[in-house]
Design a protein around this ligand. Structure first.
Ligand code: IFM
Length: 489
């Protein structure tokens, strides 16, 4: 990928009908640990997120995923909500410790049955199931054996992928191996703001490599086990990195962050090698001898599309300090998640922010899609996550009005539409998230859902944005005004 720089904002969309191509996939997304609850039910054992969230001080308010939205018991109601809204696809993740509690050996039938029933119900309602194999819930036993910094974890993952494919391959046609491996590697093992909470930059780089390897091995297993029509992918949270100025130091800061945020994955996965500048930037930490001959070729498997998650751009400049005291919107830590990104300052981009403090900037999504299209021509893309947290509440009328979320979604969908008009092959969009849920280190304090969850009772209340999005999904068209007509808070 080329070095990230600022681009001029695109012209506003003045066309009346913002209609998406026929066959465009409209979905919503969730992840197992964030919604399922039932942490110790039907043979499930702890994942690294159970351990981490139960460690005092790690998650806001001491929240855990023990109960979450109780989707494990309320899944039928959740599918009915999606059917009612009219979305065409649902991206969920399989809980590894529910299927293979120790990360080794045979699958637990009850765990598999849960996902078989879920997929059946989705299909019955005309909703396409899209399964993510790994959304951060590594079985704790595998972490105890060394976790992602250990090569053997990649083999364990391929084995688990085979069990899942065997059980669900007749129902699930679209598979995503890993969700946002950047977070698993660099927040989990670098800054420590995600499970398992280690703060070791070399471990983070080793983890990144073993995640790339795990993906490659899993794709091979999935291709062998699944019908030929199965679609395989990986979801990356590609950071759209912008330099604060065009000065050489700032451009170099953007290049270094782009390397360790993005090209550490796209290099091997889509190009078969690690970028030379990344190896040079991190040479003071490691000689990368954990990469064995053939590894990057193995990671480089043909994909049917690339899953792209986008929320906000990343704005950087050169800094004089060593970058170890770090805060960039991914949680606060004294440790940096950016090995090789020393002496880089992170800035909050100007303008409105969401409840996460993340800038609302759809031009970042547009620019990112154009850049990926030019760097990887011919590779279709799906937006596998996009959405926003706001401080939603239930009005006295019993409704949840969230015009700010509607505006966010409208702006970002318009950006996707412009990118498609410009020739980018984007095949679908998944709103993050179907439900309010456990937002990792922030616990339940951040609400990303199109559907409000009243945690004490589990009651679901579709927000205005859910109805707005349902209409967009059903018609394949963004309303002209960009608003909801649903009133205000
Ligand atoms: O909630 C997360 C999700 O699990 C992964 N992508 C970003 C979302 C919002 O932070």
């Amino acid at each position: 990928m080329a070095t990230a720089t600022r681009r001029p904002a695109p012209e506003p969309d003045t066309t009346d009908a913002r209609t998406f191509p026929e066959g465009f996939t409209w979905g919503t997304a969730t992840a197992a640990y964030q919604i399922e609850g039932a942490a110790a039910v039907d043979g499930r054992t702890p994942s690294i997120w159970d351990t981490y969230s139960h460690t005092p001080g790690k998650v806001k308010n001491g929240d855990t995923g023990d109960i979450a939205t109780d989707h494990y018991h309320r899944w039928r109601e959740d599918v009915a909500i999606m059917a009612d809204l009219g979305v065409g696809a649902y991206r969920f993740s399989l809980s590894w410790p529910r299927i293979q509690p120790t990360g080794r050996g045979p699958a637990v039938q009850k765990g598999l049955d849960f996902y078989r029933r879920l997929a059946d119900e989705l299909l019955e309602k005309g909703i396409e199931p899209v399964a993510t194999l790994y959304h951060w819930d590594l079985p704790q036993e595998l972490e105890d054996a060394g976790g992602w910094p250990e090569r053997a974890t990649a083999d364990r993952f391929a084995e688990y992928a085979g069990l899942a494919a065997e059980a669900l391959g007749d129902r699930v046609g679209t598979w995503i191996t890993l969700n946002e491996p950047w977070c698993s590697a660099f927040l989990g093992y670098g800054s420590g703001v995600h499970a398992p909470g280690r703060t070791d930059q070399v471990a983070a780089l080793r983890a990144a490599h073993h995640l790339n390897l795990a993906h490659g091995k899993a794709v091979q297993v999935l291709r062998a086990a699944l019908p030929p029509a199965a679609r395989l992918s990986i979801t990356l949270n590609i950071h759209h990195v912008r330099a604060l100025t065009e000065q050489a130091g700032d451009l170099d800061a953007a290049r270094r962050i782009d390397a360790v945020a993005n090209r550490v994955f796209t290099g091997p996965l889509l190009g078969g090698e690690y970028p030379a500048d990344l190896l040079a930037d991190t040479a003071h930490l490691t000689d990368w001898s954990f990469v064995r001959d053939g590894d990057t070729a193995l990671a480089h498997q043909p994909l049917d599309f690339l899953g792209v998650n986008y929320y906000t751009p990343t704005l950087v400049s050169a800094a004089t300090d060593d970058g170890t005291h770090h805060s960039d919107g991914h949680g606060r830590s004294a440790f940096s998640p950016w090995p090789g990104g020393e002496r880089v300052a992170f800035h909050r981009p100007p303008g409105e922010t969401t409840a996460m403090g993340w800038a609302v900037d759809p031009t970042g999504l547009y620019d990112l899609l154009l850049r990926l299209h030019s760097d990887f021509p011919g590779l279709p893309m799906m937006i596998t996550e996009n959405g926003a947290a706001f401080d939603d509440y239930v009005n006295p009328d019993g409704e949840v009005h969230d015009p700010d979320r509607i505006a966010y979604l409208d702006g970002h969908l318009a950006a996707v539409h412009r990118a498609i008009d410009a020739g980018v092959d984007v095949r679908g969009y998944f709103l993050w998230s179907l439900l309010d849920n456990f937002e990792w280190g922030y616990g339940y304090s951040k609400r990303f859902g199109a559907v409000y969850v009243d945690y004490p009772t589990g009651k679901r209340i579709p927000k205005s944005s859910a109805r707005w999005y349902g209409q967009v999904a059903r018609t394949g068209t963004l309303p002209v005004a960009g608003g909801s007509g649903e009133g205000t808070r």
